[in-house]
Design a protein around this ligand. Structure first.
Ligand SMILES: Cc1cc2nc3c(=O)[nH]c(=O)nc-3n(C[C@H](O)[C@H](O)[C@H](O)COP(=O)(O)O)c2cc1C
Length: 191
């Protein structure tokens, strides 16, 4: 199985990261990194009663899934010698965005992203904040200019979503499209 990295940081929209995980597990060996803040936001935004990484690991047991804390800088994915197809950060907080834009690789998420950039591998960020400050916008532009894909979780309404699932499927489908992964998660515009 090809390997792919997914990081979930502590921005709102954890549901997008979890749906993306579900889709990636169908075809990839997934290297999942969870920031400590993501676990706090997950507790607020989902029905999982998760207080720490071990709680999360009890819910997600798959042979093709490795789960890391963002503090684990000894993990294989901290090195460019470990080959992967690319990396998603979904959702991406403004803090993590800023660290990546400045090469500040202080945890496993920002280090793995730094590796993607230096090895010229695909890196897709889904930053979430509203409104966006000039600093947020500058950080996004800086990364976009060096080839990082900035794909915020913004739904479209031309496919007439009726449920939260419809909206999540649209966003996750577009993220998979950006990585070049085939999917039928949303109804495409055919003119
Ligand atoms: C309920 C909740 C929602 C949050 N939503 C956002 C958000 O949408 N965007 C953001 O940049 N930060 C958000 N934050 C703040 C981040 O969690 C915080 O900046 C944290 O330091 C990010 O760390 P991480 O990037 O290492 O996960 C939220 C925090 C909480 C508790």
């Amino acid at each position: 199985m090809k390997k792919i990295i997914l990081a979930i940081s502590g921005a709102s929209g954890i549901i997008y990261g979890l749906k993306l995980l579900e889709e990636l597990l169908k075809n990839f060996h997934v290297e999942l990194i969870l920031s400590s803040s993501s676990l706090k936001v997950m507790k607020h935004e989902t029905d999982f009663n998760i207080n720490n990484l071990n709680d999360f690991k009890k819910f997600y047991q798959f042979e093709n899934l490795n789960i890391y804390s963002d503090m684990d800088l000894t993990a294989s994915i901290a090195s460019g010698s470990y080959l992967t197809e690319g990396m998603f950060i979904v959702p991406c907080s403004m803090k993590t965005l800023s660290a990546i834009a400045h090469g500040y690789a202080n945890n496993l998420i920002t280090r793995a992203a730094d590796v993607m950039i230096k090895e010229r591998r695909k890196l897709i960020l889904s930053p979430r904040e509203m409104p966006l400050s000039p600093l947020h916008l500058e950080n996004m532009l800086k990364l976009s200019r060096i080839g990082v894909i900035i794909a915020p979780p913004i739904p479209a309404f031309y496919c007439k979503p009726e449920t939260i699932d419809d909206i999540v499927n649209f966003v996750v489908g577009k993220l998979l499209d950006a990585m070049g992964i085939e999917n039928n998660l949303y109804r495409r515009w055919n003119g």
